[in-house]
Design a protein around this ligand. Sequence first.
Ligand SMILES: Nc1ncnc2c1ncn2[C@@H]1O[C@H](COP(=O)(O)OP(=O)(O)OP(=O)(O)O)[C@@H](O)[C@H]1O
Length: 407
Amino acid sequence: MLTNCQINNFQITSQIGSGAYGLVFHAVDIITENEYAIKAVVKSSSLNDFGKPTTDDNIKKSTVLQTQLYHFFKSFQNKLFLPTVDLDSIQCLDNAELARAPHYKEIAMQLKVHSHENVCTIHQILESPLATFIVMDYIPLDLFTAIVDREYFANNGLLVKKVFLQLCSALDHCQHKGVFHCDIKPENVLLDSNDNVHLCDFGLSTTCQYLAPNVCIGSSYYMAPERILYTSGNKDTVTSFPTSTGDVWSLGVILINLCCIRNPWLKAHQTEDSTFNYYTKNPSVLKRILPVSDELYSLLVRILQVDPYSRIDLRSLMKEVAELESFTVEGPLSNVPQLDEKLYDTFITGDRGMCLREMLKEGSEEDECVSETTPCESDEEWSKQFGASPFMQWAGNLSTVTNFSFR
Ligand SMILES: Nc1ncnc2c1ncn2[C@@H]1O[C@H](COP(=O)(O)OP(=O)(O)OP(=O)(O)O)[C@@H](O)[C@H]1O
């Protein structure tokens, strides 16, 4: 563990994340006392086109980096003085240059889009012989913890709308800048103390508008079917699929997470996942396994279209979510206010300083719903009908998230 270590004016206080090839630290600027997240990224030549390790020793990479960093800091009495890299010069790197320095790809992508309020801001890049350090805004809560551990959204339909629309808005901005995230999942969506979204981890992002079928990038729960296994149509004529619609698929799964605290399937693979297989034959299976309202169901079916060309576009999705009046059949999310233009703008572009919880306090007592779990069919009932257990409490399968992850 790196403690009491300092990089320039940043005091590292704790490690807050560990990914496939990087480590994320909490740090405090000793001059301003502002908090930051510093991501240490491995400098490696063994990264693939997406800037990720090509071998399956992913876990070892960040563990190795941890040990190397420990010794590196120690050899400099725990104080490193590192040069900063000009942010504009990274943004200007062309594909050939990024191929020679693949760990810069993630940074270059994020820099292209980080001016958006819902994308995590990069402040500095610090260079060392061992790793590149990305100094970003520190955002204390990730969406996975908020949904699963804190059940943050269970009683608050407006908050579901706000967070989902901000995430869509961030992605819309990225796509208009020609950046496709490709790893949309709750762990990569951070929430600040005013419940505003900050999209992070551009490690798999790409500027390619089309991806080859079966490219298998992302995390299995959230990965669109064409990225896992393309089975329908004429394979010989299909060379690629739009990258943007793959991210829209992931948004559909996140909308289910927000409203139901569940995942619909482990992976959108017809032969390896029976629930997904049922879904492709009869989408109404979603209504049997999830407590979704009819209107949310209709929208989900338009998002989770197996044919990527038939999926709803991002802007229409945002409009439809704003207009929904219910997310679930019963419970606090069964009655959700439609967003008028003013509230929609407040969520997307408006006064970000105002916490939604504060706004709701101004509303009626009914807005402060009591905690209640939404009833849903049990695994057992499902098994009787279909002979397979299609879904599970999400939190009970945390390890699977990592196991199925591309990384
Ligand atoms: N700016 C930030 N503020 C607070 N926490 C952060 C920040 N950036 C990342 N984290 C935390 O660190 C974790 C890992 O970060 P990130 O996803 O960028 O690393 P990674 O190496 O790409 O990980 P993975 O391989 O799991 O995708 C995140 O899930 C989040 O919990």
